[in-house]
Design a protein around this ligand. Structure first.
Ligand SMILES: Cc1cc2nc3c(=O)[nH]c(=O)nc-3n(C[C@H](O)[C@H](O)[C@H](O)COP(=O)(O)OP(=O)(O)OC[C@H]3O[C@@H](n4cnc5c(N)ncnc54)[C@H](O)[C@@H]3O)c2cc1C
Length: 432
């Protein structure tokens, strides 16, 4: 069966979510900007908790994890359809309990955590009562994790962590950090690195500064430079087995990347919606912008890019559900990651241009989207690295040609075709 329709029951759910996000959640982005990852206190809790409660009541809370991992078991395809709605708003993923980086962090604890770790970290994380941080990148190395030097050394039953981590998002408001460190420098990095669950208030965890993205006020950034200075954790803090960090990271990042892509569909669609409305609303030189061929080109290109990207994301989500193994879907997750920044950038940029001067102001969201596109080209690994992954995976299905000429070389194929149809060709020629 091959079908592009959403089942009517789930479509009703999506319709509700769409209205709920537009009416109840998008206003939070303006009333409480950049506060999604701050602990809920006072008045904010009074506003936020009932919204989360409504999402729970409708069975849409934390739909990113399968039933076997303690989630709702919606699967990635249904999550994609929901996430593309949530992607319109900064607050929406929080209200639905499926925000990055907590989704990916929850996923690896669900997969690799002990019963005690799940009780201590996963349950409150899934309940939306605390935030988490994934602390992997180092100041001198990001795209190549084999260069990481932060280490953990055994001391009796404990481990002692030393080193520096960079761009650990939300560390300042997190309750715990998942840290990737070298535990055995004598073997390859793929066998010698491990992950630890470290409560953020452990002595020796020193947030040196919080780096902001362009446009954010100094001091308001949420990406931490952390000095792990003799951080002592018990043996039970190890996540998964010793030396398993790379395997765990692939689980962590596979889910994280596709979820970003799902939300990016929503954000790109918001830019396209705004572009179309503006094109229909604005007059210049005797006609509407929507009558100008340049602008029609912007709209057509944006629509086509968005539809292609969306189908790619939905197909990849379907594959994840089918195989239940990120490794089998690695090529397509990487391809989605490669395409994502360009789609968001191009559509947001055109929408910005169509809005004229207003487009570059802080009264419309376009420059934030363009920055967001740049972030998507780096966070969870740079585009170049993912392109290399796609190419390597694609090349696996090919072999070199025999001899000098390509296997599709026409002279050889023609000769073979003539040989195949020799009787017929001789007859035809004889009748000429
Ligand atoms: C908003 C944001 C949030 C983030 N959150 C987190 C987080 O929570 N936790 C965390 O651990 N990290 C986080 N990161 C860090 C992110 O994972 C890294 O920035 C990324 O892996 C790239 O590492 P780098 O910045 O050190 O760049 P580098 O590794 O120095 O690479 C720089 C550039 O070199 C080029 N390049 C690198 N490798 C190759 C290659 N193999 N082939 C060709 N060109 C190459 C690319 O152009 C790349 O952009 C975040 C980053 C951003 C922007």
């Amino acid at each position: 069966m091959w079908d592009f329709e959403t089942d009517p029951e789930y479509q009703k759910v999506l319709d509700w979510a769409d209205e709920f996000v537009r009416d109840e959640i998008e206003p939070l982005d303006l009333a409480f900007p950049h506060q999604q990852f701050m602990p809920l206190e006072g008045k904010r809790r009074e506003v936020i908790d009932p919204l989360k409660q409504e999402v729970r009541r409708r069975g849409l809370w934390a739909t990113h994890l399968g039933a076997e991992l303690g989630g709702q078991g919606y699967g990635q395809l249904k999550l994609a359809l929901l996430n593309e709605i949530l992607g319109r708003s900064q607050w929406a993923p929080i209200i639905f309990g499926c925000q990055a980086p907590d989704t990916g962090n929850a996923e690896i604890i669900a997969h690799y955590g002990t019963a005690e770790q799940k009780q201590r970290y996963l349950e409150p994380l899934l309940n939306g009562e605390l935030f988490s941080c994934y602390s992997m990148t180092e100041p001198h190395a990001g795209a190549d994790p084999t260069m990481f030097t932060t280490s953990a050394v055994r001391d009796g039953d404990d481990w002692v962590i030393n080193g520096w981590k960079f761009f650990s998002s939300n560390a300042a408001t997190s309750s715990f950090l998942i840290v990737m460190v070298v535990t055995n420098p004598n073997v390859s990095a793929y066998q010698g690195m491990s992950m630890f669950l470290v409560p953020t208030d452990t002595p020796g965890v020193k947030i040196e500064r919080n780096i902001g993205l362009y446009g954010e006020q100094a001091g308001q950034g949420s990406h931490a430079l952390i000095h792990y200075d003799n951080v002592r954790v018990p043996g039970e803090a190890l996540l998964g087995g010793e030396g398993q960090a790379f395997v765990i990271a692939q689980t962590r990042l596979g889910g994280g990347r596709i979820h970003h892509a799902m939300r990016t569909i929503g954000l790109s669609r918001k830019a396209l919606d705004m572009m179309c409305e503006r094109a229909l609303s604005r007059q210049t030189q005797g006609s509407r912008l929507s009558d100008k061929q340049f602008v029609q080109g912007y709209i057509a290109d944006s629509y086509a890019q968005l539809v292609q990207f969306r189908l790619m994301v939905l197909y990849t989500a379907w594959e994840i559900d089918k195989y239940n193994d990120y490794k089998k879907v690695r090529k397509d997750i990487a391809a989605v990651k490669v395409v994502m920044p360009t789609v968001l950038h191009d559509i947001a940029w055109r929408a910005m241009q169509v809005h004229g001067a207003l487009g570059v102001t802080n009264e419309v969201p376009f420059l934030g989207m363009v920055t967001g596109a740049a972030v998507m080209g780096l966070a969870d690994g740079p585009t170049e690295v993912h392109k290399a992954t796609v190419a390597k995976q694609v090349l696996r299905d090919y072999t070199p040609a025999d001899g000098t000429w390509p296997s599709e070389w026409i002279p050889a194929k023609r000769e073979a075709a003539h040989a195949k149809f020799a009787d017929y060709l001789e007859h035809e020629v004889g009748n000429l």
